[in-house]
Structures are given as structure tokens and as C-alpha cells.
Design a protein around this ligand. Structure first.
Ligand code: ZN
Ligand code: ZN
Ligand code: ZN
Length: 281
């Protein structure tokens, strides 16, 4: 058994196993919704899910004709996705507590992974669904940018933006706040000076949540679909762009793992990038 909660704590639940599988999904919808390289889900029996509180804080967005994605209306964290036809709940691993035991792990939809992602571990990889799942893959949104332009958007398409000029850095953050906020093992972000982003649409659809006890940590998300969107930190003069939401190659590649000291026990770091226990010194 384990418990889960969103970043703000409004949504809380417990799940009881056995948990047959954890999948790391690289599809473009997961990348946009979580703003990360991939989303990790623990598959739990639907009968094993019990809401502790906050079910009424969950917003559901229909991402295809037959599927939806849910999130906390206050903080944007992804909530468990219930699939009654299959009798399962896909629970975002970044929101679960502790080191739960899962029998097997695999990367799925690797055929649609981001060009900037470095995938180096030895887990099984599948271009779409894993064997044994009789579902048809539905292509994700295609929003190609004009040549020479670097754009990004949320899953529903309401929020669109363009960045120009050179980014400051690209890092993979393993801090526990990023795990909860992105509902994933880590957050891959590209940082720019804040003058380098232009909102093309939907700036009025963005909601923000700041962790009360944090100095800076805050998240921004689309109120309609819950996708992580760029957050401008005026105090620091930067904008933090969730790399999973890019519609074109930002050019830069991940440079370091930060806050590796708090990485999720189920997400090993297997590449050769520098690792810093907290911020780089
Ligand atoms: Zn919340
Ligand atoms: Zn996916
Ligand atoms: Zn949206």
C-alpha cells in the first residue's frame, strides 16, 4: 500500500497493490501534460484506489475521444487516471510516497520521445503500447513551428508561446517539489531570460500556485488541460520552460542533474551528465 498527494495537498489518496507494472510514457500528450521527458505511472487495481480527500478538487480534461487526463485545480498536479474498462488506475509515480515495490518497468511510446532526451537505462523499450495491450495509439497534436522559430504549447492548445535567443541552461531537476508538481520522476527545464518569451495565445488561461513555505518554488499550468506551462520568475528575471511542452527542438541539450540527492528511488540516473546533490555550486 502507498499514499499519494498533489503538490498543494488538496488531493490525497491511497492505493493498495499488487502493482503489476510501472510504465514510463514518452508520448507527446504525457510530455505536454507533465512538462517532462516522460511521465511515470504505477498501474494499480481500480479496486485498490481510495480517495482520502479532494476528489472534488480534480478537473478532468478529455484529451482524446476516449481518454481524459485529470489534475488538481489548485496546483496542477496530475491525479490518478481511472480506466474502468481495464479495471485499473494509472497513478502518477511522482506523487506517490516512499519506495513502493513494482514488479516490472518499461519505457513506452519511445517512438515519440523528444529529440533532446537521452535514454540510457536498460529497461525494455516499446515504440508504442507494450505487448498485451490491445489499444490503438492515437497520434498526438502536431503543431510544427515555422522554420527558425521555437515554440511550445499546452496539451489543449489554448496556451502557446515562442522563445527567442539563447537559453541560459537546461537541467533535469530531481527535487521532491518538482516530482510532485510534475507528477513525474524529474523535471527537465530550459531557462531563458524572461524577456525572451512571447505569449502567442492563452496567457489569461494560466494559473499559478506557489508553495507557501518556499522562497521561489511555484508552478504555472493551463486551467483547461492542466499542462505545465512556462513560469516567469520576475524576482530572478527568468522564465522556466518545461521542456516536454516544446513543439520544436530548442537546440540545447540537458547539461546536468540537479537535486540528485533527492531523486526518486525508482528512477536511476544512468547517463554520464554531471550530478549535483542540490544546486550546482
Ligand atoms: Zn493540489
Ligand atoms: Zn503517454
Ligand atoms: Zn491547455
Amino acid at each position: 500500500m502507498t499514499t499519494g498527494s498533489c503538490l498543494c495537498g488538496a488531493v490525497q489518496y491511497e492505493i493498495v497493490g499488487p502493482f503489476p507494472m510501472m510504465v514510463h510514457c514518452h508520448c507527446s500528450r504525457c510530455r505536454k501534460h507533465h512538462g517532462t521527458a516522460f511521465a511515470s505511472f504505477v498501474i494499480a487495481p481500480l479496486t485498490g484506489l481510495r480517495w482520502i480527500q479532494g476528489e472534488d478538487a480534480i478537473v478532468s480534461y478529455a484529451s482524446t475521444a476516449h481518454s481524459h487526463r485529470s489534475f488538481c485545480r489548485h496546483c496542477g498536479s496530475v491525479a490518478p487516471n481511472l480506466m474502468p474498462e481495464a479495471g485499473i488506475a494509472a497513478c502518477p509515480a511522482g506523487n506517490l510516497m516512499g519506495d513502493f515495490s513494482v514488479d516490472s518497468q518499461a519505457h513506452i511510446f519511445v517512438g515519440s520521445k523528444a529529440e533532446w532526451e537521452i535514454l540510457t537505462d536498460s529497461l525494455p523499450r516499446f515504440d508504442e503500447y507494450p505487448p498485451g495491450v490491445s489499444a490503438t495509439a492515437i497520434p498526438g497534436p502536431v503543431r510544427a513551428a515555422e522554420p527558425g522559430h521555437i515554440t511550445g504549447s499546452c496539451l489543449c492548445g489554448d496556451v502557446k508561446y515562442e522563445v527567442t535567443g539563447a537559453p541560459t541552461r537546461m537541467s533535469i531537476c530531481h527535487c521532491t517539489r518538482c516530482q510532485k508538481a510534475r507528477s513525474a520522476g524529474a523535471a527537465t527545464n530550459v531557462v531563458y531570460p524572461d524577456s525572451q518569451i512571447t505569449w502567442l495565445s492563452g496567457a489569461d488561461k494560466i494559473r499559478e500556485y506557489k508553495v507557501p513555505e518556499a522562497k521561489f518554488f511555484a508552478v504555472a499550468f493551463c486551467e483547461r488541460c492542466g499542462s505545465t506551462v512556462p513560469r516567469i520568475s520576475k524576482e530572478r528575471g527568468i522564465v522556466v520552460v518545461p521542456a516536454g511542452a516544446f513543439d520544436s527542438d530548442p537546440g540545447i541539450r540537458p547539461q546536468a542533474h540537479i537535486f540528485a540527492g533527492s531523486r526518486a528511488p525508482w528512477l536511476a540516473i544512468t547517463d554520464s551528465l554531471p550530478q549535483f546533490p542540490e544546486y550546482p555550486t
